[in-house]
Design a protein. Structure first.
Ligand code: AMP
Length: 396
């Protein structure tokens, strides 16, 4: 793997694609700076070598060009404090100001460019736009795993303008190494825990995992499609009617491959989708009309805990229930704690990004698992076996 460790950046200008798509409150304070923290090791290595750094990122989803709300200028002071370097800012990612500021950059200095997505060319993967960006630096570094599954100008297309001078940053390399470890070097028993709203988002991953895992635990909203497919009454629970047959196929496939597929026995049910709902517990094949399953139930928690505690490798993607509401967080929290316990006993645990990462962070357990991925969609696609454009562009 071509990582920044293979290069001495002394006297060079490194153009780094980072993922600084951080959440901001109404006063533009950063409410979670994990993504900034994640990029610091790469930036610091380059500065320490005696190089200078030009950072490019997107922030949010601006629709019509420059928008105050999505300006990266809001993160300059936070980033400067984190790096202990006064970060300079160019209020356009291309154009004369960016060119002049990049050209004037001295070793040890850092320049942040304005939001790439103020240009629609970024998401279109426009080659002329990528070429303009490429002129700003001598070496290209990609450290934005969260957008590696997109063939955008700054994440993939730009790499062709840096033959022999393109590298993975530490965050990206760490993500790829951990995903690789799970996919190809998992110590057994290997357990995958899948949850979240829909089966349809995760079919490809489930199929791929059936080739690899010993245990597959399915919780969250997607479990009710399986329960209904097997003839259960699921009340008003989330269901994908067009995926019932697929659910039965997956059950059959698991059997044929000798995978222990565990579906939750029971659920915490509610009479409405709200934290003030009345709640009860019910078996998953016997949910009252008008009620819905919003979390795995106490029996299911024990079923899942038993399997998790004897696992040596754990991949978790998707919450077990509507963990954002206190009444329905118990399943997700119990699973998180079981993963932490297994990790303490020596298991390797990887938490997929997105909602599972948010859940682990909500319970303050992010430092007690082996690795929390920063990539939601990117991790899913990588695990499905797809070649990520951002990875391919560096490897080519
Ligand atoms: P995903 O993005 O597919 O991982 O789905 C995550 C979302 O699924 C979270 O916002 C959860 O609140 C939601 N979710 C989990 N379990 C359920 C459920 N039983 N019913 C409805 N939504 C759920």
């Amino acid at each position: 793997m071509n990582t920044i460790d293979q290069f001495n950046f002394e006297g060079k200008k490194a153009l780094i694609r980072v993922d600084f798509n951080v959440p901001l409150d109404e006063n533009y304070n950063i409410t979670d700076d994990n993504r900034i923290q994640g990029a610091l090791p790469t930036i610091n290595k380059i500065l320490k070598d005696g190089g200078s750094v030009i950072l490019m990122s997107h922030l949010g989803r601006p629709k019509d060009g420059p928008t105050e709300k999505y300006s990266l200028k809001h993160i300059v002071s936070h980033l400067s404090q984190a790096l202990k370097v006064q970060v300079q800012f160019a209020d356009d990612c291309i154009g004369s100001q960016a060119v002049e500021k990049a050209a004037a950059l001295k070793p040890g200095e850092v320049l942040l460019l304005e939001n790439l997505r103020f240009y629609k060319e970024e998401e279109k993967g426009d080659e002329a736009f990528a070429e303009k960006l490429s002129k700003l630096g001598d070496v290209y570094v990609n450290d934005a795993f969260g957008t590696a599954h997109r063939a955008h100008a700054s994440t993939a297309v730009i790499a062709k303008f840096f033959p022999g001078a393109k590298y993975f940053g530490y965050l990206m390399a760490g993500e790829l190494n951990n995903a690789e470890k799970i996919l190809n070097h998992a110590e057994k028993p290997f357990t995958a825990i899948m949850g979240g709203a829909k089966v349809s988002d995760k079919i490809l991953l489930i199929e791929k995992l059936l080739e690899k895992v010993d245990n597959l635990l399915i919780g969250g909203g997607m479990a009710y499609t399986f329960a209904k497919a097997q003839g259960g009454n699921i009340g008003k629970s989330l269901v994908e009617e067009d995926k019932l047959e697929l659910a039965l196929n997956l059950i059959e496939k698991a059997k044929a491959k000798g995978v222990n597929l565990v579906l939750p026995i029971d659920s915490t049910i509610a009479d409405k989708f709200s934290n003030d709902a009345s709640t009860d517990t019910a078996n998953n094949d016997d949910i009252k009309d008008g009620w819905m399953g919003l979390d795995i139930g106490p029996l299911a928690i024990n079923q899942f805990k038993d399997v998790i505690s004897s696992s040596k490798t754990i991949l978790w993607n998707g919450p077990m229930g509507v963990f954002e509401m206190e009444k329905f967080e118990a399943g997700t929290k119990s699973v998180a704690l079981a993963v932490v316990e297994a990790t303490k006993k020596g298991a390797f645990s990887l938490i997929g990004g997105g909602d599972s990462a948010a859940a682990v962070a909500k319970f303050g357990l992010e430092d007690e698992v082996s690795y929390v991925s920063t990539g939601g969609g990117a991790l899913l696609e990588y695990m499905e076996g797809k070649e990520l454009p951002g990875v391919k562009a560096i490897n080519d």
